[in-house]
Write a protein that binds this ligand. Structure first.
Ligand code: NI
Length: 174
């Protein structure tokens, strides 16, 4: 396994709509294993393939609490079959937005259909952190970032701050 480099916002690649996967093969399994290793190393609770520069409909998530055993999920071509009418507001983060957390409102529970790492079609009912992670990562497959749920004013402040941080880093490494 390998730790992959995660794309940091703002970056046009994060706005790309990802393509469906035709078949889950050994190369894709390796990508998902590497994505999980990268996610755990960060540490994070979810990662989409586009965040490591691969525009395929692939996400990995783990909704386990820190005191619980790891519960990795690999989801290929995920589709929401159902979302609860009830919504919840949760503080979200994203590995492409280091140190940024923002409250986002989304459905509390979902049912998702996907292909697993063995190319089998599965359905999963999720609530709590797992439901939240899956919805956040599925947005990445559409090129949608969680800051888009914030007000335009708040979003612009965050984006300006991020590009300042990046420019400072570039100057340092130049
Ligand atoms: Ni994210």
């Amino acid at each position: 396994m390998a730790i992959l480099s995660v794309i940091i916002a703002p970056d046009p690649r994060l706005k790309v709509k990802s393509d469906p996967v035709e078949r889950v093969d050994a190369a894709l399994r390796k990508l998902m294993d590497d994505m999980l290793e990268t996610m755990y190393d960060a540490p994070g609770v979810g990662l989409s393939a586009i965040q490591v520069g691969v525009p395929k409909r692939v996400i990995v998530v783990d909704g386990a609490r820190p005191d619980e055993e790891r519960a990795p999920h690999r989801l290929v071509n995920p589709e929401l079959l159902w979302t609860s009418g009830e919504t919840v507001v949760i503080d979200e983060g994203c590995l492409s937005f280091p140190d940024l957390y923002a409250e986002v409102e989304r459905p509390a529970a979902i049912t998702v259909r996907y292909r697993d790492e063995h190319n089998e079609v599965r359905e999963l009912d999720a609530d709590g952190l797992l439901a939240r992670c899956i919805q956040h990562e599925m947005d990445h497959l559409e090129g949608v970032l969680f800051i888009e749920y914030l007000s335009a004013v708040r979003r612009n402040i965050i984006l300006r701050k991020l590009s300042k941080v990046r420019k400072a880093k570039e100057r340092k490494s130049a």
